[in-house]
Design a protein. Sequence first.
Length: 154
Amino acid sequence: MGTVRRKMNPWFKKILYGILVIGLLGAAATWYIFSEKFSDTSETKTDFTINALDLIHEFEKNDSLANKKYAEKMIVVNGMVSEIEAADTTVNIKMVDTTSGAYVIFAFQQQHREEAKKIKQGDKVSIKGSCSGGAYSRILETEYITFKRCALNK
């Protein structure tokens, strides 16, 4: 008795090739996203320049509109440092509205971490960064605005 060889269905072959192609594209996109390098913030063009308290008040008034206006934009924020949170790999600087408790927090780029560590509470600074957006925290009962990839504006 001879063995019978069955031919693979042509549609099945196309589906397998399609899954393979989609898998390769997904892997390439994932690699690109995780290995993406950002340009130095201190050298990028600024979209807005604003005082920290004015920015906070704008988000408190209507955070949906403020997010549409500022999210993912490069912004220079001027204000007084209220708190400094130094961690192992980053430095976070906060500017707080003392009347409402709302705050803006800036996470510095690795190459600007050392100059951020020299800042003291009460210093007036100008910080450039990419606005991640703001939201109202029900737990903290306050508005907060976060920035990433920050550098001192000189």
